[in-house]
Design a protein around this ligand. Structure first.
Ligand code: I3P
Length: 128
């Protein structure tokens, strides 16, 4: 069974629902496919979970769901996406391995908070 949140080694800095699409894999461009994900920022990673049908879970981690994927933020680059989407409130994340994601929220305040919080982790890792 999946680990209980309290067994996980890192504290959750932020978690929430975002629209997400991967736009490149290993530097190779992918066709966009937007979907809703639960995104958890913990330790050095951004972790993606499938969205749940129905009401939002009480805790940060959807019960009995395993991560879909996880992104190592060391050396990653994060910017506001200017010309990469017709949507508003989009951030663009590129990993050292050349994987690229767009994350979007209907709330400008939310995407600004994600931007600042993820940036903080990237800067911390840059100093290590
Ligand atoms: C894409 C879809 C995406 C859109 C993308 C389209 O079409 O409409 O939502 O991205 O634009 O190509 P399809 O479903 O046929 O693949 P945005 O919503 O982020 O604008 P793009 O090709 O300009 O990236």
């Amino acid at each position: 069974s999946p680990p209980h949140p309290s067994d996980l080694p890192h504290e959750v800095e932020k978690a929430g629902q975002l629209n997400k699409t991967k736009i490149a894999e290993g530097g190779r461009k992918l066709r966009k496919s937007w979907g809703v994900s639960w995104v958890v920022l913990a330790g050095n990673s951004l972790v993606f979970y499938k969205d749940l049908k129905g009401p939002a879970p009480a805790s940060w981690r959807p019960a009995s769901s395993r991560p879909e994927s996880s992104v190592d933020l060391r050396g990653a680059v994060l910017e506001r996406a200017r010309d990469l989407s017709s949507k508003k409130n989009v951030i663009h994340l590129r990993t050292v391995t050349g994987n690229e994601f767009l994350l979007q929220s209907d709330s400008e305040a939310e995407i600004q908070d994600w931007h600042q919080t993820i940036k903080g982790v990237i800067r911390r890792l840059d100093r290590e």
